[in-house]
Design a protein around this ligand. Structure first.
Ligand code: UDP
Length: 422
C-alpha cells in the first residue's frame, strides 16, 4: 500500500453525462498539476451502493424521466419543496446510510485506508454522506457535523440553476460556477466563506493547452473530421444521451437549411451521443440539396467538433454550454430539462451569446441570419468568450489539492484534526 499519495473519493451518479465528465475532469486536472500525488476514487454511489431498487437504478430512471419532461418537471419541483427535501433526506438516511457507509469507508486508491477527502459532484450526495463522515470520524459516537474531521467539498455541475439539495451548510467548501448559483447557495444558508466561484469543471480537451496536443486551425480540423472546409457549419448536440427530441429538431432544421438553394449552402453535423436510434434515423434521412449533413454517434473529441464549427444548436446542458462558450460558439438552445436546465437559458441569453426557441423554423432562421452577418457572428463570439471560464477546472483542482495536502499533513502529524467549516 502506498501511504504517500493523497486520496480523494468523488461521489457521483451517471444521471446524465455531466457528473462523470466533471469528476474525470477534476481527476485529469490533479494529474496535470500534481502528477502521481493524488489518487481519485470515482464512484457511482447509487448504482454501486444503493440498497435496492429504485436507488440502484437512478441513471436509467433519470433517462426515462428526462425523455418525458413533464415527469421530470413534477418530480424536480416536488423534490425542491421543503416537504420534498425533508422526505428525500428521511428516506435516504433510512435506507442508504449503511450501504453508503460501506462506500465511504472503503480503502481508497492504492492505500489501505479510506479517502483523505470526499468530493461530491452530484445533487443527491451531500446530506447522508456528511452524516456518515461524522459517524466514521468519531467511530459512530456522534453524527454531529462539527465532529467531522474529513474534509467534504461540493463541486456543483449545474450552471444557471440548481436543485436545493446541492447545497448543504455543513460542507467545508462549495464550488459554484455562476452568480446565479452563488445566490442559490446563499438562499440555502451556505456562508460566503464556504463559497468559491470559478466556473464549471469540464473535460480536458477544453483547457489543457499544456498537454502537448498541437493546436489546430478550424480548416485543419474540418479536413481531419471529413467536413467541407468552406461551408458555414452548424453543430447539433442533444447532450450525452442525445435527448431533447434531437431527431425531430435535426430533421426539421436540416430541411429548412437545405431548402433555400440547389447547391450546398450549409453543412450540419449532428452528434447523437449514445442515442443509437437517433443516429440510425438521421443517417437514413434524405435532406435537401442546400445542406450537407454529417451524422455522428457518441464522439470523444467534442472539443474538435466544436472548434471546427461556426455555431451550435443544442439542448441547454450545462457542460455543452460551458464548452461552447470556451470555443466562442454562438448557442441556439432548442430544449431544456424543466427546473435543472431552465436557468441555463437566461444564462446564455443574458450573456449575449445565444437564443432559445423550440420551433425548428425559428431555429433555422435565427442560425442562418447569424451566419449571414459577420458583425453579428463577431459580437456573439465575443460574448461567448466573455462568459467562458476556461481555467475553472484547474482553479478548482488547485484549491482542492491544497486542501487535501493540508489534510494529509494533519494526519501525518497525528494531531487531533478539527475541520469544522474550514
Ligand atoms: N458529449 C460527448 N460526446 C457526445 C455527446 C456529448 O462527449 O457524443 C459530452 C458533451 O461534450 C458534454 C456532455 O457530454 O460535456 C453533456 O453534458 P451536458 O451537461 O451538456 O448534458 P447532459 O448529457 O449531462 O444532459
Amino acid at each position: 500500500a502506498n501511504e504517500d499519495v493523497c486520496t480523494i473519493q468523488i461521489l457521483m451518479s451517471d444521471t446524465g453525462g455531466g457528473h462523470r465528465a466533471s469528476a474525470n475532469a477534476l481527476r485529469d486536472a490533479f494529474d496535470v498539476l500534481h502528477p502521481g500525488k493524488i489518487q481519485c476514487d470515482i464512484v457511482d454511489i447509487f448504482t454501486d451502493y444503493g440498497p435496492f431498487w429504485p436507488f440502484t437504478d437512478y441513471p436509467a430512471i433519470y433517462k426515462i424521466m428526462a425523455e418525458y419532461s413533464f415527469l421530470w418537471d413534477w418530480f424536480y419541483h416536488l423534490g425542491a419543496s421543503p416537504f420534498g427535501i425533508a422526505v428525500n433526506e428521511f428516506l435516504m438516511e433510512l435506507f442508504c446510510f449503511d450501504s453508503f457507509q460501506e462506500c465511504l469507508a472503503r480503502p481508497s486508491g492504492s492505500t489501505n485506508h479510506r479517502a483523505d477527502m470526499v468530493i461530491s459532484v452530484h445533487p443527491l450526495c451531500q446530506d447522508v454522506p456528511l452524516k456518515i463522515l461524522s459517524s466514521l470520524d468519531t467511530n459512530g459516537q456522534t453524527r454531529s457535523p462539527d465532529a467531522r474531521t474529513t474534509p467534504f467539498v461540493t463541486v456543483v455541475t449545474d450552471l444557471g440553476g440548481a436543485h436545493p439539495t446541492w447545497f448543504n451548510k455543513g460542507v467545508n467548501k462549495c464550488f459554484v460556477p455562476t452568480d446565479a448559483l452563488y445566490q442559490c447557495a446563499r438562499d440555502r444558508n451556505v456562508q460566503p466563506d464556504q463559497l468559491v466561484q470559478y466556473g464549471l469543471p469540464i473535460r480536458r480537451g477544453f483547457w489543457d493547452q499544456a498537454s502537448g496536443k498541437e493546436q489546430k486551425t478550424p480548416v485543419q480540423l474540418r479536413q481531419e473530421l471529413g467536413l467541407d472546409v468552406e461551408l458555414p457549419t452548424v453543430l447539433m448536440v442533444g447532450g450525452g444521451d442525445g435527448m431533447g427530441g434531437i431527431v425531430d429538431i435535426a430533421a426539421e432544421v436540416g430541411d429548412k437549411l437545405g431548402s433555400g438553394s440547389s447547391t450546398p449552402a450549409y453543412q450540419m453535423v449532428v452528434v447523437c451521443g449514445s442515442n443509437e436510434k437517433a443516429k440510425q434515423a438521421l443517417s437514413s434521412k434524405q435532406f435537401g440539396d442546400g445542406v450537407k449533413v454529417n451524422v455522428q454517434g457518441f464522439v470523444n473529441n467534442m472539443d474538435e467538433w466544436m472548434q471546427a464549427s461556426d455555431a451550435i444548436v443544442t439542448k441547454a446542458g450545462p457542460g455543452t454550454i460551458a464548452e461552447a462558450s470556451i470555443c466562442g460558439l454562438p448557442c441556439m438552445l432548442f430544449s431544456y430539462l424543466p427546473g435543472q436546465e431552465e436557468g441555463n437559458v437566461p444564462f446564455v441569453e443574458n450573456s449575449g451569446f445565444g437564443k432559445f426557441s423550440g420551433d425548428p423554423t425559428v431555429i433555422a432562421e435565427t442560425v442562418s441570419s447569424w451566419l449571414a452577418s459577420p458583425e453579428k457572428m463577431n459580437s456573439l463570439k465575443e460574448a461567448a468568450l466573455q462568459a467562458a471560464r476556461p481555467s475553472a477546472t484547474l482553479d478548482i483542482a488547485k484549491d482542492l489539492a491544497d486542501m487535501v495536502f493540508a489534510q494529509k499533513e494533519k494526519l501525518r502529524a497525528k494531531e487531533p484534526v478539527k475541520v469544522g467549516r474550514a
